[in-house]
Each structure stands twice: as structure tokens, then as C-alpha cells.
Design a protein around this ligand. Sequence first.
Ligand SMILES: Nc1ncnc2c1ncn2[C@@H]1O[C@H](COP(=O)(O)OP(=O)(O)OP(=O)(O)O)[C@@H](O)[C@H]1O
Ligand SMILES: [Mg+2]
Length: 374
Amino acid sequence: MKDVITLKDIAVSFDGETILDGLDLSIHDGEFVTLLGPSGCGKTTTLRIIGGFITPDRGDVFFGDQRVNNVPPHKRQVNTIFQRYALFPHLNVYENVAFGMRVQKKKKAEIAETVEKMLALVNLKGFEKRAVSTLSGGQQQRVAIARALANNPKVLLLDEPLAALDLKLRKDMQVELKNIQKSLGITFVYVTHDQEEALSMSDTVVVMDGGRIQQIGTPTDIYNEPQNAFVADFIGESNILDGVMREDYKVEFFGKEFRCVDFGFEKDEPVDVVVRPEDIDIVEPEKGDLIGRVTNITFKGVHYEIIVDVKGFKWMIQTTDFHAVDSVIGIMIDPQEIQVMKKSEYSGLYGDYSSFSEEFDGLADPEAENGAAQ
Ligand SMILES: Nc1ncnc2c1ncn2[C@@H]1O[C@H](COP(=O)(O)OP(=O)(O)OP(=O)(O)O)[C@@H](O)[C@H]1O
Ligand SMILES: [Mg+2]
């Protein structure tokens, strides 16, 4: 596939502080790419570099084969929907969407046709004459999307466009946006710190932390084969353990050898091992590879989430069966459910659920517990 945007070894500092550090990224034509990471990791900065609002200190930005480091924003074929959407408050819905085309001196009939088409696309037919101040947050956001799309950009940059919406509306808009992107075939570069949103909408997810890309991959790659402890912890729930790779397909943790599907490590190389809570089988204690004691159980609707103490390490396991606190259980893990990762600067920072369990032990009434789980 053709690359529409390429970032090569991009670095940016503000006030002597490194914000982006050697970013390499290729974005294909028609791809839905999401930059995902915690607050302050450099997502907006990356988007602003693509949009032309920031010139990097080092590295190159290419649109196709053209180096665009010094090309101003309005000469790039991109449109941006900013983190805080800015509609023109004195213009009605129609004029907001028409704005870019008026600037470009498009013909009246063409403007009318495009505005109608865009408002239909975002489900706002009949809202043309409304003042934007009378619209709900979700409606305003859809006007912002229609306005950006009306300029027929090759690439649309979206900075947390749904962050201000409540959960239900956000879910609906996720589906709508994905449909719009597919039907128009526009390249989307989307920013969010919501991992579920990233996994459900994207073709490609770029996980960032500390101004660096931690992993680039499809949503299933990122989830099933995280490359380091940061990615494993940030996406979904993970038990992350210290292990030693004894040989190809054999990893040891808790003094036990497990078969796995990973290979290519040094003999006896220390590694991080990740096992997802939903991938663990609970069996009779005597049949388990490991034995543990249940210290906490929380009903989650579809499943129970239990915390299990194995030699002082607290595992999180999701199960559809009830297991009472203090019961002793056996744990079994299939080889393909074990993901072995290289040690990294993130090793040892995450992966044990002991603080989780203490926190929840202290919450007596279910309402407080629901609040904390949000
Ligand atoms: N113009 C600026 N001057 C100084 N520091 C800045 C500037 N813009 C961004 N930063 C800093 O750069 C870092 C990355 O900011 P950025 O806006 O890219 O983060 P982000 O990943 O978009 O975070 P969020 O999820 O909170 O929006 C932050 O520490 C921020 O304070
Ligand atoms: Mg941001």
C-alpha cells in the first residue's frame, strides 16, 4: 500500500525538555491509524507536526514523496479536528460547514450540495439553520466533523474528538465515524487515550509513552502480542511476571517450567511474561501448574474477576464460575496464552494486582465499588 505520510526520526523539545524522541511512522492511504497513550506522551504534538503547526527540531515529514517540513498548514492536504472543537459561534450549522468552501470561493450550488451531503453523513439533516450554541455536545462535534470533511481532505487528523461526550454517545459516534471513514476512504489519524476506542476503531494502533513509540500493530497484535510491559499494562488487564527463558518454547516462572510459543531468546535470558486474566484456566488444586488462594471476587456482569495469591504474587483471573474468598484453586495456562517479552525500562513496574485487591477490600458497599470500577 502507498504511504501518504511518513515521519522519519522526528524529535521535538519544548523549553529544553524532550517531548518527542526519534519517532518513525508510516501511514498508508485509506488507513485508520490511532495514536494511543497516556496524557502528556506526545500524541497531540505528533498530530500538530503532521498538520504543520509545529516544525520538528530534527527529522523529516513526508507527504507521499514530498518533504513538507516547511510547508504551512493550509498548503497541506489535511484537516484537523482539534481536542477542543472550535465551531464559529456566530455562524449557524450550514455556514459552519460551508466555511472552508466559501474561503476557497466555491460556487454556491456546489457548496449547497456538499453541505447537504455532509450533514446527511453525520445525521444532522434539518439542522442547517440552528445556531451552534443551541446544539448538544455530540451534535456540535458532528458539525465539526462535517465541516472538516466538507473540505475534502486527503487526510483527517482527529484529536480526541469524542472525549467530551458521554459513554453512550461516544460509542454511537465511534461507529458512525468508522463508517464515514470507510465509506469515504479518507486516511484518519486519530488520537485517543481510551484503549477500547483505539482497539475497536483502528486498522493500526500506535502505542506511545514518554515521547516514544512503544509498539505499532493491528489491534489484535497489540493486545495478543504486546512487545513490552508498558504496552501489556496499558492495553487491557495483564498479569506480568518475571520469568527466565530456559530454551526455545520453554519459559520458567514461579520455579516452574511452562511450554510457550516464543523462541529466539538467549538461553536463560530474563524476560517479562504476560498472561491475560481471561486466558487462565481454573482447575482442581492438585491438577494445577500453580496453586493459589482467592483473596477477592468481584461480579462484573459477564464474568467474575478474582484475585488469586500465588506465593505472594496477586493474579487477576476472569472466570464465569464463582470462587469464594479463601478457596484454594489450581491454575493452568495453555502455551499459546503465554506471551514472552524482552526486559525493558518498564520491567517491574506493573503486573501484580496486590494494590488492586487491597483497594477493593476496603470498599464495603457495592455502590462505592461500582464508582471505583468506572
Ligand atoms: N507549546 C508547548 N510548550 C511547552 N510544552 C509543551 C507545549 N506543547 C506541549 N507541551 C508538553 O509536551 C508534552 C506532550 O504534550 P501533548 O499535548 O503532545 O500530549 P498528549 O499526549 O496529547 O496528552 P493529552 O492526552 O493530555 O492530550 C506535555 O508534557 C506538554 O506539557
Ligand atoms: Mg493531547
